[in-house]
Design a protein around this ligand. Structure first.
Ligand code: SAH
Length: 242
């Protein structure tokens, strides 16, 4: 085979592979969304949501999860289960990401705090449905990696900070909603303080290594705080910062 022909066939193979991959990820995302639909239906009595809201569904169908999972994990990116992202941390199950987003009842004008950036996937899904996302990550390498990938993906409405999520991000608050993606033994008071009246916080509460309860904490217009238990979950622990 001549060098020119070899190059031409390589280029063609590249094109075909590239095209097939792009298509497969779209199809895989559609399959993932269908699985989340089924899980919503199964858990409707617990969550009160028979189906994803249309905006959250569109976000789940759009966000390129394969660009946020670790290298070598792309093939598993659209399975409806958690995946390791290094440093002993995990990217949450897509169903839990969708549900957490629905539980804050997202609206386009909202400013949202996320605690536990991890891979950046939950932040990306939130960024599709609200105005601005602030996300805090304790582990600097994870936070930096997520911030740079999110920027590459074009998200201009996500700001990532390295810090201790127990303290929230008071300079940017108060927030319309807060999504905590690591389990706390109790609800951190600083986060309740940084919630606007009328705001909602989704947070897994319970001992680490155990099954926790996913709670929706609400702050009424008069400042009184209530909570509703949604369903049992298993998250990595919210580690106390130094
Ligand atoms: N939302 C993430 C999932 C993150 S797993 C995603 O979509 O991929 C929980 C994350 O919380 C981990 O990255 C962990 O390092 C981080 N974390 C643990 N304790 C924390 C703390 N005190 N403050 C901020 N982040 C914390």
């Amino acid at each position: 085979m001549s060098a020119t022909r070899r190059l031409a066939s390589l280029a063609l193979a590249g094109l075909l592979v590239g095209g097939a991959e792009a298509q497969d990820f779209g199809a895989e995302r559609a399959r993932m969304v269908a699985e989340i639909d089924a899980t919503y239906a199964d858990t409707r009595t617990l969550t009160g949501f028979a189906a994803m809201s249309p905006r959250v569904r569109a976000a789940m169908a759009k966000v390129e999860r394969h660009r946020l999972v670790g290298s070598g994990q792309q093939a598993l990116a659209y399975r409806n289960h958690p995946l390791p992202i290094g440093h002993g941390q995990t990217i949450s199950q897509p169903y839990i990401v969708a549900l957490s987003t629905d539980l804050i009842v997202p609206e386009p004008h909202m400013v949202v705090l996320e605690v536990g950036t991890g891979s950046g996937y939950q932040a990306a899904v939130l960024a599709e449905v609200v105005k601005q996302v602030y996300s805090i990550e304790l582990l600097a390498p994870l936070g930096r990696e997520a911030a740079s990938r999110l920027k590459e993906m074009g998200y201009a409405n996500i700001e990532v900070r390295i810090g201790d999520g127990y303290k929230g991000w008071p300079e940017k608050g108060p927030f319309d909603a807060i999504v905590v993606t690591a389990a706390a033994p109790t609800i951190p008071p600083a986060l309740v303080e940084q919630l606007k009246p009328g705001g909602r916080m989704v947070i897994p509460v319970g001992a680490s290594g155990d099954v926790q309860r996913l709670l929706v904490v609400t702050k009424a217009a008069d400042g009184s705080v209530g909570q509703r238990e949604v369903l049992p979950v298993r998250f990595v622990p919210l580690v106390p910062g130094k």
